[in-house]
Design a protein around this ligand. Sequence first.
Ligand SMILES: NC(=O)C1=CN([C@@H]2O[C@H](COP(=O)(O)OP(=O)(O)OC[C@H]3O[C@@H](n4cnc5c(N)ncnc54)[C@H](OP(=O)(O)O)[C@@H]3O)[C@@H](O)[C@H]2O)C=CC1
Ligand SMILES: C[C@H]1O[C@H](OP(=O)(O)OP(=O)(O)OC[C@H]2O[C@@H](n3cnc4c(=O)[nH]c(N)nc43)[C@H](O)[C@@H]2O)[C@@H](O)[C@@H](O)C1=O
Length: 341
Amino acid sequence: MTSGPASHGESHGGSHVASDGVEFTPGPLDRDATFYVAGHRGLVGSAIVRRLEKAGFTHVVGRASADLDLKDRDATFAFFAETKPRYVVLAAAKVGGIMANNTYPVDFLSDNVRIQTNVIDAAIAHDVERLLFLGSSCIYPRLAPQPIREDSLLTGHLEPTNDAYAIAKIAGILHIQAARRQYGKAWISAMPTNLYGPNDNFSPQGSHVLPALIRRYDEAVASGAASVTNWGTGTPRREFLHADDMADACLHLLEHYDGPSQVNVGTGSDVTIREIAETIAGVVGYGGRTEWDTTKPDGTPQKLLDVSLLTSLGWTAQISLEEGLRRTVEWYHENVEQLRG
Ligand SMILES: NC(=O)C1=CN([C@@H]2O[C@H](COP(=O)(O)OP(=O)(O)OC[C@H]3O[C@@H](n4cnc5c(N)ncnc54)[C@H](OP(=O)(O)O)[C@@H]3O)[C@@H](O)[C@H]2O)C=CC1
Ligand SMILES: C[C@H]1O[C@H](OP(=O)(O)OP(=O)(O)OC[C@H]2O[C@@H](n3cnc4c(=O)[nH]c(N)nc43)[C@H](O)[C@@H]2O)[C@@H](O)[C@@H](O)C1=O
């Protein structure tokens, strides 16, 4: 990771007042404070826990959804009252790929609005100092100019396959901005691009493209299948960021940024789905044919984030797609039995 001096106007050196009037100077977080990672068993949450522990945090707490359902407002408030976290990353959400989003829009809207509303309201009530909310690049209009800048938010129509999830995430961004305005909270939002890595969801119907293709090509190698069939046309372009880079960016933002604008988090480059499929086939050693089921949705044609704000804050991604894929396939091979079980 490169850590150059921050040059973005919102938040560097000395006493700092953000454009919405919130007075807060970002700096190193207290390693001994209680840090709650909501969604700590997931792809992003587990990477954040690894990153925090590596950075020396001694009181990182998490709860599985079976023990604390964040859709339950009373239980969420009771957890905050008992744990009193000083810092929170909100990485708990109902998450899925294009098919899951398109099939279960009620769940993606309702669960996510409830989870984030309960956590943010409880964090207001219990005076959390720093909170980072995670949205998603799908908040931007389907046909936003590429690469997508933060100020493209609410400038056009959403991609219909994930509009319910996107509206929930947009409500989350506004909730953070409102907590800043009404209560002076120095809380921030980050918008990750498509993520991948260990502890991802590898379920064939519910997952995102990258874990789906790792599993599909790997199973095709094992079964000796002559061809595999992927969804859509293969022409959409996506940007992929490893979860460990994402986690590093989250800590970097908490220590270097304060402002009302959400911050895009990505690598700055994208590939076609056809290209990523070829790369994955190569990594797992599949030599058969690839076909495309064009009855399945493509989703948005391109989703490449403009990462100049994040770059100006001194952060760039470090894990190349090749390296990240190699590591993820290795993790998949080590955990595949457990994933199927
Ligand atoms: N994956 C991606 O490509 C992208 C993800 N994001 C965002 O990043 C964040 C993390 O996503 P990711 O790690 O991929 O998702 P995962 O599905 O891997 O993890 C989500 C976590 O949320 C927890 N969770 C879900 N529902 C509840 C609930 N009702 N109560 C308590 N906990 C709950 C789960 O806990 P448990 O395991 O205990 O059930 C799980 O650990 C989300 O906000 C997502 O929108 C943004 C862009 C892309
Ligand atoms: C992170 C992001 O994730 C979702 O949006 P998406 O970017 O479209 O995500 P995806 O990874 O599921 O698909 C990317 C592309 O890949 C193609 N594709 C091919 N074959 C498979 C396949 O087997 N599975 C999947 N899932 N996709 C496939 C697929 O047709 C599409 O063209 C959002 O709902 C939203 O929730 C969100 O924020």
